[in-house]
Every structure is written in structure tokens, then in C-alpha cells.
Design a protein around this ligand. Structure first.
Ligand code: CU
Length: 152
């Protein structure tokens, strides 16, 4: 009995418990370079919750963009439309994919030119705590016209 209590105490006090490890990992993190003459672009990636509890993710800031939002794509009257979502909720051990035609990060009004091959620091709030992730800027590929046609 004593040994079990001791083991539990040791585990609770071990440095691992205090390590600042993010509850999420992001793969394939990418942002389309804005097309000349437009002021908005989008970011994608796969966010994986590595913990056994639900996590919430919101987008805080991405330099050099003036504004960022989390968007979802919904069908409205037979047309695809984007709308803002306050946060992304990812169940334990699950992934959320941000992809064209689905959820995505929307970036508005860059204060300088953003070029392909740059790495941008993306500040996400994970469970209320701000964390920084690297997103790669990639050349915009030709996509269906309706995808990011209008913004709000
Ligand atoms: Cu959008």
C-alpha cells in the first residue's frame, strides 16, 4: 500500500508533469501566398489533440496580417459560404483538418507583401494559452472560383 502511494506521489512530482508541452501538434501547416490585388488568404493544416481530454483552439494573431479569423464552410441555399467560428473543438486523441472547402484560418490585410517559402509565426490559443506554431507560405494553386470568392 505504502509503495503505491509513493509511486503516485513520485509521478505527480516528476518534471514531466510540469513540462510546457503543447496539447496539440500541427502537420502540413501552410498558408497560401495572397494573390496580388487581394487582401485575404487562407491557412490550412491538420491539428491533432495528443491528450485524452477535449481541447479548444482559437486563432489569435499571424504577423504581418492585421486580422485573423477561424472559418467554416457551410452550404447555404445550395451555395457554399464561409462563416466565422469562435473556436475549434477537438475531441481527445482526434484531429481536425483545416482544408480548402472546410474549416480554415482566414487572414486579412497583410501590412507587407507575403511571399511563398516564408515561414510565418501563427499564434493559436490552445485551451486558453497562447502558443506559437510555424506555418509555411506556399504558392497559391488554382482552385474553384467559389472557394474564397467573397469575404465578410
Ligand atoms: Cu474564409
Amino acid at each position: 500500500m505504502k509503495a503505491i502511494v509513493l509511486a503516485a506521489l513520485t509521478a505527480a512530482l516528476s518534471p514531466v508533469a510540469f513540462a510546457a508541452k503543447s496539447p496539440v501538434t500541427i502537420s502540413d501547416a501552410r498558408i497560401f501566398a495572397p494573390i496580388k490585388g487581394t487582401n485575404a488568404t487562407a491557412g490550412y493544416g491538420v491539428i491533432t489533440n495528443t491528450t485524452d481530454k477535449e481541447v479548444t483552439v482559437t486563432v489569435e494573431r499571424i504577423e504581418p496580417f492585421k486580422a485573423v479569423e477561424m472559418h467554416e464552410t457551410v452550404e447555404k441555399d445550395g451555395r457554399m459560404a464561409m462563416q466565422k467560428v469562435e473556436k475549434l473543438t477537438i475531441p481527445a486523441k482526434k484531429s481536425a483538418e483545416l482544408k480548402p472547402g472546410g474549416n480554415h484560418i482566414m487572414l486579412f490585410d497583410p501590412t507587407r507583401e507575403v511571399k511563398a517559402d516564408e515561414t510565418l509565426k501563427v499564434s493559436l490559443k490552445v485551451n486558453g494559452k497562447v502558443e506559437s506554431f510555424d506555418f509555411k507560405v506556399i504558392p497559391r494553386v488554382e482552385t474553384k472560383k467559389e472557394e474564397h470568392h467573397h469575404h465578410h
